[in-house]
Design a protein around this ligand. Structure first.
Ligand SMILES: [Zn+2]
Length: 494
C-alpha cells in the first residue's frame, strides 16, 4: 500500500517535471527566435521539428489527429510566422521568386509578422505554365521522390514535386481530415478517385494508411466493378467526387442492390464544387455520412482543409497553409464571411514552397472557436471558380446556384446541364434537367407543372429567367471524374 502511494507520487512528480520542461523549451524557442543572431538556423531547426511533430501515428483525441489542430490562436500565428520566413528563404532557390523579390525589394528579414504576407508576390497557374516543368523546384532534383500534376484537360499539366518529407507531411494532413470525418483504424476504404498524376487518389490513399485503415485502390470508373467490390469487400467508407458518388447511388438503385448488403457508413467527397443540397441527396440515397475536404495540387493536393463533425465549414490546416480571401478584381481582402478568391501560401513544403497561389476558387472564411475544439479558421464550401463564373445578362451566376435550386425540387434529379447561347444580343440560357424515373410522366400537365416549379426555383435563386428542358432518366452523359455542367456556346457565336 505504502509502495503504491510512493509510486503514484513519483509519477505525479515526473509528469509535472515533463510538463515544465516542455513549457520551458517552448518559451526558450520563442525568446531565441527574437534575440539570437543565428535566427535563420534556429528557425529552420524549429520549422523541421514542428513539421516532424505533424507525423504522429495515433490520434491526439477522438476525431482530432494532431495537437496542432487545437493550438491557441497566438501559437498558430507564431508558428505561421516562423514557417513563412523559413519558406521565403527556401523560395530564394527558385529563380521565379528570386526575381520577384529583387523587383519588390523583399528579403526574409523584411517580414515582421504574418500580416506582411501582403508584400509578397502572387503565383498563378500561368506562372507554373511559364516555368514548366520544374522551374519552381527549390531543392536538388535528386531529393525528389514523387511527381504529380494538375488535372488540366488542355495543354501541358502543372507538374508538382515532393521530397520524402513532403510526402510524410501530406499523408499526415490527409489523416487529419479523414479522422475528423469519422475514419478509424479498423475501417476499410474504397478509393474511387483517379490514380496517376492527379493528386486525389494517392493523397487520400496514403492518408488512409497513415490512420491505419485499409485501402482498396479501386481507382475511378467501371461502376459495375465498384459495386461488386463494395459488396464483396464490405468497405466502410468511399472516396470519390460527389458527382461520381451520385453515379454509384444511381447504379445501386438501378441494379436493385439491397442496401443492407453494403457496409458503407462514410464518404469523403471532394475535388469539385458541390452543394449542401447535393450532400442531403447523397446521404439519403447512399445512407452515409458524407464529409467535404479541399485541396489542390499546386499547394500540396487534398489536405488543405476538411470538415469536422460540426459541419460548420472546413478547418484549414493553418500550421502549414496561410489562406487569404481576396476580391479577385481588386486583390484586396474581402470582409470576413464574404465570398472571395482563396489565395494560399504553402509554407512547409520543401520541394516546391509556393507563395500566395491564386486558386480561382471562390469561398468565404470564418474565424471563432468551433465546438469541435479546433481553433483553426474555417472556409465555406467552394461556391464556384472565378473562371467558372457565368455572367449571364450581366448577372453573376455560379453553376452551383442552379444545382442548389434544382435540388430543392422533388423529382428534379441532380443531373443537369446548362447551355448558354447568344443568338442575337441577349444571352439565352437553357437548363436541361433529368427527371427521376418515379416522376417521369406521359401526362403533359404533370410535366408542365414541374417545369414551372423549376423555372420559379431558379429565378428565386439567381434572379434570372431560364428555359427548362426536361429529359428522361439516364439521358445525360455521366462523368467518372469532375462533371462538365456548362456548355457555353457564346464564344463560338462571338
Ligand atoms: Zn470544428
Amino acid at each position: 500500500m505504502v509502495l503504491h502511494c510512493t509510486d503514484t507520487r513519483w509519477y505525479l512528480v515526473l509528469i509535472t517535471n515533463l510538463v515544465c520542461f516542455f513549457r520551458i523549451v517552448r518559451i526558450l524557442g520563442s525568446v531565441l527566435k527574437i534575440l539570437c543572431p543565428c535566427q535563420q538556423k534556429i528557425e529552420t531547426v524549429f520549422g523541421i521539428l514542428c513539421r516532424t511533430t505533424a507525423m504522429s501515428q495515433e490520434p491526439y483525441q477522438p476525431y482530432i489527429w494532431d495537437r496542432h489542430e487545437i493550438l491557441p490562436r497566438e501559437e498558430i500565428r507564431a508558428l505561421q510566422f516562423v514557417r513563412l520566413r523559413d519558406c521565403i528563404r527556401r523560395c530564394l532557390a527558385v529563380p521565379f521568386y528570386r526575381k520577384k523579390f529583387d523587383e519588390l525589394g523583399i528579403s526574409p528579414d523584411s517580414i515582421h509578422s504574418v500580416d506582411d504576407i501582403t508584400q509578397l508576390p502572387f503565383t498563378t497557374k500561368a506562372d507554373f505554365r511559364d516555368n514548366y516543368p520544374l522551374g519552381f523546384l527549390a531543392v536538388p532534383r535528386e531529393r525528389i521522390v514523387r511527381y504529380h500534376g494538375s488535372t488540366g484537360t488542355t495543354g501541358k499539366p502543372t507538374i508538382v514535386a515532393y521530397t520524402q518529407e513532403d510526402l510524410d507531411l501530406w499523408a499526415g494532413l490527409c489523416a487529419r481530415f479523414l479522422v475528423s470525418g469519422g475514419l478509424q483504424s479498423h475501417h476499410t476504404v474504397q478509393v474511387a478517385f483517379g490514380y496517376g498524376l492527379f493528386t486525389g487518389g494517392f493523397g487520400l490513399h496514403y492518408g488512409i494508411e497513415r490512420v491505419g485503415a485499409a485501402v482498396i485502390p479501386a481507382a475511378s470508373g467501371n461502376t459495375k466493378r465498384q459495386l461488386m467490390l463494395l459488396q464483396d469487400m464490405q468497405a466502410d467508407a468511399l472516396v470519390c467526387t460527389p458527382s461520381y458518388a451520385l453515379n454509384i447511388a444511381d447504379a445501386i438503385h438501378h441494379e436493385g442492390i439491397d442496401r443492407s448488403r453494403l457496409a458503407l457508413k462514410l464518404a469523403f467527397l471532394g475535388s469539385e464544387p458541390w452543394t449542401e443540397a447535393m450532400r442531403e441527396t447523397l446521404e439519403k440515397s447512399l445512407d452515409i455520412k458524407g464529409s467535404n475536404n479541399y485541396g489542390l495540387s499546386e499547394v500540396i493536393g487534398p489536405g488543405v482543409s476538411g470538415e469536422c463533425p460540426e459541419r460548420s465549414g472546413m478547418h484549414i490546416q493553418e500550421d502549414h497553409f496561410i489562406v487569404e480571401c481576396l476580391n479577385p478584381d481588386t486583390l484586396e481582402p474581402v470582409p470576413e464571411g464574404q465570398p472571395g478568391e482563396l489565395v494560399i501560401s504553402s509554407i512547409s513544403r520543401e520541394a516546391m514552397p509556393i507563395l500566395r497561389y491564386r486558386t480561382r476558387d471562390i469561398a468565404s472564411l470564418h474565424s471563432g472557436k468551433c465546438p469541435c475544439g479546433r481553433s483553426t479558421i474555417r472556409m465555406s464550401r467552394i461556391i464556384g471558380r472565378s473562371d467558372d463564373l457565368l455572367i449571364l445578362r450581366g448577372v453573376n451566376v455560379f453553376p452551383s446556384q442552379i444545382e442548389e435550386a434544382l435540388l430543392t425540387i422533388e423529382g428534379a434529379a441532380p443531373h443537369y446541364q446548362i447551355v448558354v447561347d447568344r443568338p442575337k444580343i441577349l444571352d439565352e440560357i437553357r437548363v436541361r434537367v433529368e427527371i427521376s424515373p418515379e416522376l417521369f410522366s406521359d401526362k403533359m400537365t404533370d410535366m408542365t407543372n414541374l417545369k414551372h416549379k423549376i423555372e420559379h426555383a431558379i429565378q428565386q435563386m439567381t434572379g434570372l429567367h431560364m428555359q427548362i428542358e426536361l429529359l428522361p432518366p439516364q439521358s445525360l452523359e455521366r462523368f467518372e471524374g469532375k462533371a462538365k455542367r456548362v456548355i457555353d456556346n457564346r464564344k463560338l457565336v462571338d
